[in-house]
Design a protein around this ligand. Structure first.
Ligand code: PMP
Length: 383
């Protein structure tokens, strides 16, 4: 099988799995326990935090381990519920559902929410975001790399512009899940108040993530005070240790991996463009490829429904997805592509292809060979 769904989850690194198992066996004591075994677990937790902090360009006291990016995003959004219920939130219209749905939750509970649409290239402008900021805005959330189009958002410029307009009053959040290990991520340089990371996107364990917080916030959780109260609950030490090591490796190999991905993505796009009627989304991808992650591509085969393409490819041994895996439960159409102004009949026929550092030239050639042989007929029949 050819796995082309790395943006949904990546195959775990065998050495990382091994490390995870060893920690689970050898360091099962509670890191909060005061005996020697507990202290050892506490020390391992601290070392993992140091590694994670270093890899993300920040310091240990700003790293909080969570159960994943969904939880990290939720902690930030729901923290507003402890303040007031009449504030305003600005979010991009292209956020992952784990940031988008919490915004909708706030809306249901009394907050006003403005969602800022990207331009047709899938990228937000700082001007558009700042324009949405009001005197009562409490939170601005814009992801760094979109998980469907790969569009890289100018988060640093957005943060600067929002600060200039509103100062420290506004909390600026960024979901950097699809950026870590793929494009340079220096959290301090990004200038945000919080950010979310997920370990299973770079060959680490599932169910482990990071919430970066430049300063602590009030959270809806109450418990044993772990993670300085930001995420109480006995720490998932095997996941945290293994995940932080996966993070170190992903960041160390980033440049090499991105170079290879750029080459493969270039070839993939070139091959797809040779097929009549196929549309790369957004089309700006062809003219300014450097503004997109080379690991993610959305492509449309009108008028065949994306689900059909996905199924046909699956039967032939290729794993791809229709948009975000997390949106596939909801049948809500293609919110992200809609926000970019892509016509429904085009977005309806799209699939997402995402690659990783282990994807080979052979994988891409095999995919292109199959796509060019089988999909044109499907497109003709569906017309
Ligand atoms: N944000 C983005 C951009 C993602 O792609 C994902 C993974 N689907 C998440 C958040 C959720 O991460 P997790 O699976 O760790 O909850």
């Amino acid at each position: 099988r050819v796995y082309l769904d790395w943006a949904a989850s990546s195959p775990p690194d065998p050495e990382i799995l091994d490390l995870q198992r060893r920690v689970a066996e050898d360091m099962f004591a509670n890191p909060s326990s005061l005996h020697t075994m507990g202290r050892k677990a506490q020390e391992a937790l601290h070392q993992a935090r140091e590694k994670a902090a270093l890899s993300l360009g920040t310091t240990t006291e700003r790293i909080y381990f969570t159960s994943g990016a969904t939880e990290s995003n939720n902690i930030v959004f729901t923290s507003l519920l402890l303040r007031r219920r009449d504030g305003h939130v600005v979010t991009s219209a292209i956020e992952h559902s784990s940031a988008w749905e919490p915004a909708l939750l706030l809306k249901r509970l009394g907050y006003e929410v403005t969602s800022v649409r990207p331009r047709s290239d899938g990228i937000l402008t700082p001007e558009d975001v700042v324009e949405a900021v009001r005197p009562d805005t409490l939170l601005v959330s814009v992801m760094l790399v979109n998980n469907e189009t790969g569009a890289i958002q100018p988060v640093r410029e957005i943060a600067e512009a929002v600060r200039e307009r509103a100062g420290r009053r506004v909390h600026i959040h960024s979901d950097v899940v699809q950026a870590v290990g793929k494009i340079p991520v220096d959290l301090e340089a990004l200038g945000v108040d919080s950010a979310s990371v997920s370990m299973h996107k770079f060959r680490g364990p599932r169910g482990v993530g990071i919430l970066y917080l430049a300063r602590q916030i009030e959270v809806l959780y109450a418990g044993g005070g772990q993670e300085w109260g930001m995420r109480p609950g006995t720490e998932n030490l095997p996941g945290i240790v293994a995940g932080s090591e996966a993070l170190v490796r992903a960041v160390r190999r980033r440049e090499e991996g991105a170079e290879q991905a750029s080459r493969l993505m270039g070839r993939l796009i070139e091959g797809l463009c040779e097929m009549k009627g196929v549309q790369i989304l957004p089309e700006e991808r062809l003219t300014v490829p450097e503004r997109y992650s080379p690991f993610i591509l959305t492509v449309s085969f009108p008028p065949v429904p994306g689900e059909v393409i996905q199924r046909v490819l699956n039967d032939a041994g290729f794993a791809v997805s229709t948009g975000s895996a997390c949106a596939s439960h909801k049948g809500k159409g293609r919110r992200v592509l809609d926000a970019m102004g892509i016509p429904e009949e085009v977005s309806f026929s799209s699939i997402r292809i995402s690659i990783g550092p282990d994807t080979t030239e052979d994988d891409i050639e095999e995919f292109l060979r199959y796509a060019r042989k089988e999909l044109p007929l499907l497109m003709k029949v569906a017309r």
